[in-house]
Structure formats: structure tokens, C-alpha cells
Design a protein. Structure first.
Length: 212
């Protein structure tokens, strides 16, 4: 398989931020006298659209609107976002992919402007031809942006590899026809990723091996 283009997810795939999402959400829940959840619960239950995860956590969205919780979450996340680091092999991996002449983009459910800012601050902008985020903070789905991106490429779907850390990444890959591999250590447990039936990898170096 000769891949010519890689679509990377951002949160939990390149950026190690699941721990921050867990801490921020537990802070919001603490302010509402709700019980905090563990990292294990988070990886077992978190998913897209995130409104469904908020319901699982027990938020009463009738009295405490999703819109208000989303703004509170993203405000607290953004105040601490610079505490997050890239996973250890990310810089070397995207640099190597770039050197091999493959195209690379980031397709994220994160809001576009803050995505671009953080990728820039971490010194990665030069490796990606596009940073594709959402135009809002509600993290519902990135399928529409994925379809539009695939339609803009000169490649056949099987020449495109999507790398993510959640079942939503797998769903998007299926929808656009791209191959998919999933990385453990992000926002969902290995068991959930394995249920998708695509390779679940333990490191970014393994992605590079797969690209040949
Ligand atoms: Mg992710």
C-alpha cells in the first residue's frame, strides 16, 4: 500500500491532552457537587458528539445548558492548554512524513482558530498543508469537513491514511473511504479502539513503519 497523504487527528493523537480534559471536566463537575470520574471511566465512555458524553456524566442539560457547559469547559481548557505536550515521537514522525514527500493535514473537532494557534506555538505548522478545525466549540462531528477535504485531494481514498485515537476517527475514515489506524493512549481505551477492527498502534513510530 503506497500512501500519499496522511490525515492526522489532533487531540489525543498528536497532542497529549486527555489528562487535561479529564481534570477540567472534573473541575466543572466539582463546582456542581457531582462526583469526579477516573481516567479509566473517561477512556471507556468519552466520545462524539461530546453532548452525549456530558449526558453520561450526569449533567442535567435542561437546567444547565450544553452551551454554557461547553463555554465553561473550553475556557478552562484554554487557560491551561500550554501545559499539554506533543506525544514523544510526534515531531520526528511528522517531519519524516514531510521529508518523504507525503501530504499531511490535521482534521480536528477542535475549534479552528485555537487549533491553528496551538499547532503554531508548538512549531508544527510548516509540516501541514491545512489545519482543519470546526467553526464552533461544540465538538459534534468532523465528518463533513473530512468529506470536503477528501473531495479536494487529487488522491484515491486508498492512498490516504487517517490516524486517530477515537471511534469517531474510524467512522470518519469509513465515510471518506480512507484507510485508518488508531493510536492508544489518547481519549479512548484500547478495547474500544480494537472493536473497530483496524490496526491499533502503540506509538507514532509504528505509523511511520506502516507508511513504508
Ligand atoms: Mg482525538
Amino acid at each position: 500500500m503506497a500512501y500519499r497523504h496522511v490525515i492526522w487527528d489532533w487531540n489525543g493523537t498528536l497532542l497529549d491532552d486527555a489528562w487535561l480534559c479529564l481534570e477540567v471536566m472534573n473541575g466543572l463537575m466539582d463546582r456542581r457537587a457531582m462526583q469526579p470520574v477516573t481516567a479509566e471511566f473517561y477512556q471507556r465512555e468519552f466520545g462524539f458528539p461530546v453532548i452525549d458524553y456530558y449526558r453520561k456524566l450526569g449533567f442535567d442539560l435542561e437546567r444547565d445548558p450544553f452551551d454554557r457547559i461547553s463555554h465553561e469547559f473550553i475556557g478552562a481548557y484554554n487557560r491551561r492548554r500550554l501545559e499539554c505536550q506533543l506525544f514523544p515521537q510526534v515531531r520526528a514522525t511528522v517531519e519524516a512524513v514531510h521529508t518523504r514527500g507525503l501530504g499531511q493535514v490535521i482534521l480536528s473537532a477542535h475549534e479552528q482558530r485555537t487549533l491553528a494557534e496551538l499547532v503554531g506555538l508548538l512549531g508544527l505548522s510548516a509540516y501541514f498543508s491545512q489545519l482543519i478545525g470546526l467553526d464552533n466549540i461544540y465538538a459534534a462531528s468532523k465528518a463533513a469537513n473530512g468529506r470536503a477535504h477528501m473531495a479536494s485531494l487529487p488522491h484515491a481514498p486508498h492512498e490516504v491514511l487517517l490516524v486517530g485515537d477515537t471511534t469517531h476517527d474510524y467512522e470518519v475514515a469509513c465515510e471518506i473511504g480512507a484507510d485508518c489506524v488508531l493510536l492508544e493512549g489518547g481519549h479512548q481505551s484500547r478495547a474500544r479502539l480494537e472493536a473497530c477492527g483496524v490496526p491499533v498502534l502503540g506509538s507514532h513510530a509504528e505509523v511511520l513503519e506502516l507508511l513504508g
